[in-house]
Design a protein around this ligand. Sequence first.
Ligand code: ZN
Length: 207
Amino acid sequence: MLILLTVPHATPPPRWIGKHPCDVTAETWAHILAEEFGESAMVLTATVHRDAKQGGADQNRPIGRGTIFRNTIDDLMSTTDLLLDIHSFPSRDSFGGDWDVVLLNPPEMCHARVAQRMPLRLEILQGALTRRGFHTTILRGNCENDIVVQARRTGTPAILVEMSERLDIAEAKNAVRAAFREWVFQTNSVEQEEEEDEEDNSSCTVL
Ligand SMILES: [Zn+2]
């Protein structure tokens, strides 16, 4: 089993005049989660800044395809069981609320093949985080969330995780790790049940 953690916005620009140079805590969170999954996990971080005005290209957009980062993801996709695309956001109202964690789900039209299983997976993760005190919401992403969209197109379950940069990482990390561990365990058993149901149904059809 391979859990691939991608961090497309971790690299700061060569020069910056704004307030938020990049997803400043995303890479740290990716490594914290990877530690939890041990040898099953791999972290890939883009080394190009996302802003074209700074000479970069957003690695989480269709325009970022074909880079070493994106090609490596593509190469790993056939052996990846789960992709977590990790981001971080700075302000209290970035997603219209005082959220600790935002789970972005691109619409079904972007990824019909695995779409039907994703809402339940997201609800299970939202529940695991909420029970541990993290204010968590699921929001609709869009077809520009290209890493998740492309992974789902190849049949790989994938979600986009946005972590608030206000979280105290030292304080929050054990609970966040526990929530993700519980989530992977629960979704694996849900999938096994679904597969068994599918087998039962197909044998009914034959009879
Ligand atoms: Zn980002």
